[in-house]
Design a protein around this ligand. Structure first.
Ligand SMILES: *Cc1c(COP(=O)(O)O)cnc(C)c1O
Length: 356
């Protein structure tokens, strides 16, 4: 018997892909992944030690009914408008599978969240990047260009990762009115920006709003995300997703955070917004420009993303390098922490970014 070549065993679309991996080496001041630098919310600290470990001997609920109820109460929508998942990554992947047949297209603004073309490919869809409008148009999405793709799915992230910019209301309305298929709106950073479209999702019919507990809620390691949409859309995503994707412990912690930690989340958001203003001013005073941000990070165009990110790491500060972004070039994305956590990193930024 000869050992078969892996290429003959692996699905073509998967064989062609490279594994997603960012630099997770520990670093004194980690501003690389937009998670909550204040740590987990207070109720996680209360719930976890009280948890009976025998919880792990049984399956969790199929579709996280308690969590749906808590999210519904938090947002003022019905539980039948909500689908949860193992992080919003899982919700995006399941939605992409639910709303397009293999060979279909997924249109998205470029640059945006790196997992989107990844999930398009694993589901055998053609990724169709459409460049963001330039600085003179505020890095808004090109609604015209996205619509012209006539894609089964149009993805938009607002505020957008990694630019931090928002989709204008006009562009969003146009997409919702004229898109052919489903519009996935990723609101991973909406707590920092306000004006969520979750309340519009049910009546709109083609809109699915995707959100996460990984950022402002401080629960990235719990892996919980969700989407809000018309019950028929949500039901399709749930079928595509399958049962048991939210662990029993993650469900308990997230429900507790939703019930008890709203004020903690709000304080964190306020701290980040004021620190962002000070940080952007600090950079500007040193001639370092950043894109206008509505999120808990700023994108700074640089000469050499990899080299300057490495130089920052050598000074104990981790940021995320983005080499060769469409329409922007090399850039580094810097997560905003409350000022007292950000301040010790300022000398490194001044030294490494001033000579861009
Ligand atoms: C961080 C992030 C997410 C969150 O992913 P999870 O799987 O929920 O941790 C989703 N979308 C965007 C744009 C993000 O930046």
């Amino acid at each position: 018997m000869t050992r078969p070549s892996v290429d003959t065993l692996v699905r073509t679309s998967i064989a062609k892909m490279t594994l997603y991996a960012s630099n997770r080496e520990p670093c004194a001041i980690d501003l690389s992944d937009n998670t909550n630098p204040r740590g987990a919310p207070p109720s996680a600290r209360a719930v976890v030690p009280q948890t009976n470990v025998d919880l792990f001997a049984r399956y969790p609920s199929h579709y996280a009914a308690d969590l749906k109820g808590a999210i519904a109460a938090h947002l003022g929508v019905g539980p039948d408008e909500i689908v949860t998942g193992c992080g919003s990554d899982d919700v995006l992947d399941s939605a992409i599978r639910a709303f397009a047949n293999p060979g279909g297209a997924l249109a998205y603004p470029d640059p945006t969240f790196a997992m989107v073309p990844y999930f398009a490919r694993v589901n055998d869809l053609e990724p169709r990047p459409v460049p963001l409008l330039g600085p003179e148009r505020g890095y808004d999405v090109d609604a015209e260009g996205l619509l012209a793709q006539r894609a089964s799915i149009t993805y938009v992230c607002s505020p957008n990762n990694p630019t931090g910019t928002r989709t204008s209301a006009a562009a969003m309305e146009r997409l919702l009115a004229e898109a052919e298929g489903v519009v996935l709106l990723d609101e991973a950073y909406i707590e920092y920006a306000g004006d969520s479209l979750v309340r519009r999702a049910k009546s709109q019919g083609r809109l699915l709003v995707v959100r996460t507990f990984s950022k402002a809620f401080g629960l990235a390691g719990a892996r919980v995300g969700y989407a809000v949409g018309a019950p028929e859309l949500v039901a399709a995503v749930e079928k595509s997703r399958g049962p048991y994707k939210v662990t029993a412990l993650a469900e308990q912690v997230t429900v507790a955070a939703l019930k008890n930690d709203a004020a903690w989340v709000e304080t964190g958001v306020r701290d980040v917004l004021s620190a962002r203003e000070r940080f952007v001013a600090f950079l500007a005073q040193r001639g370092i420009a950043s894109l206008p941000s509505s999120a808990n990070f700023v994108l700074v165009p640089v000469r050499d993303a990899a080299g300057q990110a490495k130089a920052l790491r050598q000074r104990g500060v981790a940021v995320r390098p983005f080499p060769g972004l469409t329409g922007i070039g090399d850039a580094v994305r810097i997560s905003i922490a409350p000022w007292e956590l950000l301040e010790p990193a300022l000398p490194a930024f001044e030294e490494v970014l001033s000579c861009a």
